[in-house]
Design a binder for this molecule. Structure first.
Ligand code: CTP
Ligand code: MG
Length: 251
């Protein structure tokens, strides 16, 4: 179980859950975060995953702009720990804008924030607490990550399935795949959002924005079950993880 105790008043942690994406890579259907996993919306799993940490006093859900009322209804229908407050705000066109909308909704009493993808519904509470503890110990930006298993190639991208020339093969032992929740000193992440304008599809990695400020970012161990539901096969894996948890009463 977790070692993280209730938040002291001078150090309050909130979680912002960007959930406003469409889920194009998952295929046609409702916005990804609102689709069911084991009979419960993915977003509810993600909110519960944050609320399970005793350090998290407030969860801000960033809903699809046309789905705020539906998300509020979903949250009303599902039980959450009493100690956790939940707010719902409307998201933007890009993940970066959605995160910004969540940050703008935080009350002034919040000093640290976790940013967690709704699309990572199964992250274990121990991973959440590991991130929170590292932020509490003074790290301005903390990212859970795992070693990559595939060898990764840098290429000159080509369109339409044409052969792509390889530019480089980075040493795999120095590469990590990053997950969420990413934890931040709130003032640092707000400064990153104030400084870095949205360009193109915007930043998909919050810690990458903080890196651009020259602020150090550290990695802590991630977890296999914090994987992101992106493509249809990920749903199969997520259902299997839930089924195993139910069979072993892990949650
Ligand atoms: N997200 C968001 N606002 C956006 C885009 C993404 O809040 N405008 C959120 C998603 O809801 C998701 C997280 O950011 O929880 C990670 O994004 P991703 O996995 O790419 O989800 P989608 O953008 O929904 O999926 P796709 O890129 O396949 O459309
Ligand atoms: Mg996306």
């Amino acid at each position: 179980m977790s070692d993280v105790t209730d938040a002291p008043r001078h150090f309050r942690t909130a979680a912002v859950i960007p959930a406003a994406g469409r889920g194009v890579r998952l295929g046609p259907g409702a916005p990804k975060a609102l689709r069911a996993l084991g009979g419960t919306p993915m977003l509810i799993h993600a909110v519960r995953a944050m609320a399970r940490s005793r350090a998290v006093a407030l969860v801000v859900v960033v809903a699809p702009a046309d789905g705020v009322a539906e998300v509020k209804r979903m949250l009303d229908e599902h039980a959450l720990p009493e100690r956790t407050d939940v707010l719902v705000v409307a998201g933007g066109e890009t993940r970066q804008e959605s995160v910004r909308a969540g940050l703008d909704a935080l009350p002034e009493t919040i000093t640290a924030v976790l940013i967690h993808d709704a699309a990572r519904p199964l992250v274990p509470v121990d991973t959440v607490d590991t991130v929170v503890e590292a932020v509490r110990d003074g790290a301005p930006a903390v990212v859970p990550a795992l070693p990559v298993t595939d060898t990764v190639k840098e290429v000159e991208p080509a369109a339409g399935g044409a052969p792509e020339p390889v530019v480089a093969t980075p040493d795999r032992s120095r590469l990590r795949a990053v997950q969420t929740p990413q934890g931040f000193d709130l003032a640092t992440l707000v400064r990153a959002h104030d400084t870095i304008a949205v360009s193109g599809e915007g930043a998909t990695d919050d810690a990458g924005m903080v890196e651009k400020l020259g602020v150090p970012v550290v990695l802590v161990p991630g977890h296999d079950e914090a994987f992101k539901v992106t493509r249809p096969l990920d749903l199969v894996l997520a259902e299997a993880v839930l089924a195993r948890r139910r069979a072993t009463d892990a949650y």
